[in-house]
Design a protein around this ligand. Structure first.
Ligand SMILES: NC(=O)C1=CN([C@@H]2O[C@H](COP(=O)(O)OP(=O)(O)OC[C@H]3O[C@@H](n4cnc5c(N)ncnc54)[C@H](O)[C@@H]3O)[C@@H](O)[C@H]2O)C=CC1
Ligand SMILES: O=C([O-])CC(=O)C(=O)O
Length: 336
């Protein structure tokens, strides 16, 4: 198998500072929202982004005017549904980041968002499949475990599916796990987090962090905190939303990783993508180690073969849950 340490160091840097070699047009759908605005700010600050196209059902002209005064290279334009704004926003996009949809309130699960967000993601994916079928699609809208199957099925239906280009953004789980380990050890290292993006499907692989020693109690508590980190934020925000700033940071890191890979850098991230790792269990999407390249996914890597029994058990439980959420997304597209 591969050495976990080299995997970790490859994806360590959040942002590169070199200037753009290729023009990259990035569209953000849901750009005026809690995630959309800070994410758009971070993308505007990324020298690899040359054009930033902001779409939302409201308020994007103001967000675009504001960001447009920042002295970085990206040209910023705001679009709303008027005058076919969605299609104009997507025209020529190389990357589309989708944080559109409603966030949780206390007491809700991510799956409770399905009834609103499934339709939003389906209609936005339909527009992407029509206007920019070759763009890389980064899905943030929850429940990711179902919205990624939804977007994928929309692309399949449209006859333009390329599994290398559709990503569920699970980077926030990695960011949280890394921070929580830093609080404990004082070392800022990457922690692989695999599976999916909801509760028990979120599987941190602490065994893969070189030199990290945890008691069983510490491991249990840290695993729980990563799996339910989103709930901490939902509770603290007390009805006003869920994680936005940390998600913007995580989304911008993932976008930057893809942009660096498109320029030839060897980059590994963790993302919820199409693969056959658990095909025998009937699932097509699982977040794992992914080598990125100019086309998007260059190589899907299996989980390390030295997982602990504790981690193997988490995977079994996560896979069982993913079977249900994937089917729910698939059925949503095919029952209409
Ligand atoms: N993948 C992840 O790790 C995370 C995902 N999320 C999810 O991201 C989503 C967005 O969260 P927030 O930004 O906090 O919500 P928000 O309510 O602040 O912003 C959502 C934005 O989407 C827009 N929107 C709604 N329907 C739209 C449509 N059809 N087309 C374009 N824009 C549309 C709204 O106008 C709003 O500006 C939620 O589903 C949330 O659960 C949140 C945190 C982490
Ligand atoms: O918890 C939520 O609803 C938002 C989210 O996905 C996260 O913070 O990981």
């Amino acid at each position: 198998m591969f050495a976990s340490r080299s995997i970790v160091s490859l994806s360590r840097r959040a942002f590169s500072t070199s200037s753009a070699q290729n023009a990259a047009k990035v569209a953000v759908l849901g750009a005026a929202g809690g995630i959309g605005q800070p994410l758009s700010l971070l993308l505007k600050a990324n020298p690899k982004v040359t054009e930033l196209s902001l779409y939302d059902v409201v308020n994007t002209p103001g967000v675009a005017a504001d960001l447009g005064h920042i002295n970085t290279v990206a040209k910023v334009t705001g679009f709303t549904p008027e005058n076919d704004g969605l299609k104009s926003a997507l025209d020529g996009a190389d990357m589309v980041v989708i944080p559109a949809g409603v966030p949780r309130k206390p007491g809700m699960t991510r799956d409770d968002l399905f009834k609103t967000n499934a339709g939003i993601v389906r209609s936005l994916a339909e527009a992407c499949a029509e206007v920019c079928p070759k763009a890389q699609i980064l899905i943030i809208s929850n429940p990711v475990n179902s919205t990624v199957p939804i977007a994928s099925e929309v692309f399949i239906k449209a006859g333009v599916y390329d599994p290398k280009r559709i990503f569920g953004v699970t980077t926030l789980d990695c960011v949280r796990a890394s921070r929580f380990i830093y609080e404990k050890t004082g070392n800022l290292v990457d922690v692989p987090v695999v599976g999916g993006h909801a509760g028990i499907t979120i599987i941190p692989l602490f065994s893969q962090v070189e030199g990290l020693k945890l008691s069983d109690e510490e491991r249990d508590a840290l695993t729980y905190r990563v799996q339910f980190g989103g709930d901490e934020v939902v509770k603290a925000k007390a009805g006003t939303g869920s994680a936005t700033l940390s998600m913007a940071y995580a989304g911008a890191r993932f976008a930057d990783s893809l942009l660096r890979a498109s320029e030839g850098e060897d980059v590994i991230e963790w993302s919820f993508v199409r693969n056959d790792l658990y095909a025998s269990e009937g699932i097509k999407y699982f977040s794992t180690y992914v080598r990125l390249g100019s086309e998007g996914v260059k190589e899907v890597l299996p989980l390390p073969d030295n997982l602990t029994d504790y981690e193997k058990d988490l995977v079994v439980k996560g896979v069982a849950e993913l079977q249900k959420t994937e089917k729910k997304g698939f059925d949503f597209v095919h029952s209409q």
